[in-house]
Design a protein around this ligand. Structure first.
Ligand code: PMP
Length: 351
């Protein structure tokens, strides 16, 4: 730390992203990326013409992408905010709507805690139940904003739309943020409810089901006044937040739902295969509605399994929080990758 760092950031603990190692080729099951390439139209969108256009600023209004998303989700363009990854939408939403504090689960996406600390927002972490489910009553009739991922990460468990509705309904004076990064892998989106509840903000990403983690594009859908507030934050902090090539890629991705639906189906099939195979090897696997599984073995310490898999060329995600340190989060990859995972674990268990 330099002596110049502002006092307000001296105690800031930054987010630790999943490893992106460059040393050798791993079977990479640690950051919930898609194992499949982006849609063919996305590849074509990264072209010479777009490269030549890079001398020009990107469109701060992101109109064509908002229009494509609005059409895809049956909302108006004024209901759509576009961000540099959904992390940025979450940051702007926390800044915009967090003044009375934000409440989120204690086991969840680690970035929320970093964001509240970075922005000096009061927060409360609500413990999950022993079976890792969220107790919805913890989030009803409270005097703060709410942020919940649905499905939750790293557990993969899902809340019903009726529950989301009850959260929005019981907190009319605060914003309820639903982070749907993984919704396409097994849940029903709360986007239609944003027409009924002016305090419901749904945040999604192109990073998971649409195979565009490296493009960094996310979005939020909600009442037009909420979206306007997010725009105010964006124009205050990062007006050209999405670059030209990423916008072109995202538009092409939205326009090819059939390609992505087929990939999602493959991921669901591979998830069922992995859950079944891991259970046969003695693992407890939390039923997942996401593109990862969260699993522990009674005779294999979580941190050791992570290390041993890494030594065998397979990366998974291990968290050191004692509440979940016996588990590993394993991204669902191709069938070949899942078979390699299962074979490697089988071999490790025999040692
Ligand atoms: N929400 C959740 C629950 C996540 O797991 C992630 C990915 N790490 C994100 C949001 C952020 O994804 P991105 O910024 O790539 O859109």
């Amino acid at each position: 730390m330099s002596k110049f760092l502002s006092r307000i950031y001296k105690d800031l603990t930054p987010y630790t992203p999943g490893e992106q190692p460059q040393d050798k080729k791993y079977i990479k099951l640690n950051t919930n990326e898609s194992p499949f390439p982006p849609a063919p139209g996305v590849i074509d969108a990264v072209n010479r013409e777009e490269a030549l256009n890079l001398r020009l600023y990107s469109d701060p209004e992101l109109k064509p992408l908002k229009a494509a998303l609005a059409e895809a989700y049956g909302v108006g363009p004024e209901n759509v905010f576009v961000s540099n990854g959904s992390d940025e939408a979450l940051n702007f939403a926390f800044m915009a709507f967090g003044q009375d504090g934000i409440i989120f689960p204690d086991i969840t996406y680690g970035f929320y805690k970093v964001l509240v600390n970075a922005n000096h927002i009061a927060y409360e972490e609500k413990p999950l139940r022993p079976d890792f489910t969220i107790d919805p009553s913890d989030y009803r009739n409270i005097d703060r904003a709410v942020c919940i991922p649905n499905p939750n990460a790293p557990t993969g468990l899902l809340l019903s739309l009726d529950t989301i509705r009850s959260l929005a309904e019981s907190n009319p004076d605060h914003v309820v943020m639903i982070d749907e990064a993984y919704i396409d892998f097994g849940g029903q989106s709360a986007v239609p409810l944003t027409r009924e509840y002016d305090n419901l903000l749904v945040i999604q990403t192109f990073s998971k089901s649409r195979s565009l983690a490296g493009a960094r594009v996310g979005y939020a859908i909600g009442n037009k006044d909420l979206i306007q507030d997010l725009e105010t934050l964006k124009y205050a902090l990062n007006p050209y937040n999405v670059n030209r090539i990423s916008m072109a890629c995202a538009i092409a991705a939205v326009k090819d739902p059939a390609y992505y639906e087929a990939n999602i189906q493959k991921i669901k099939d591979n998830r069922a295969y992995a859950e079944d195979a891991l259970e046969k090897l003695g693992f407890t696997v939390i039923p997942s509605y996401s593109n990862f599984v969260f699993a522990r073995h009674p005779d294999y310490e979580g941190g050791k399994l992570y290390q041993d898999l890494k030594a065998n060329g397979i990366l998974v995600r291990h968290f050191t929080d004692p509440k979940i340190s016996s588990y590993n989060r394993i991204t669902i990859g191709t069938r070949e990758e899942m078979e390699a995972l299962v074979e490697t674990i089988e071999k490790l268990l025999q040692n």
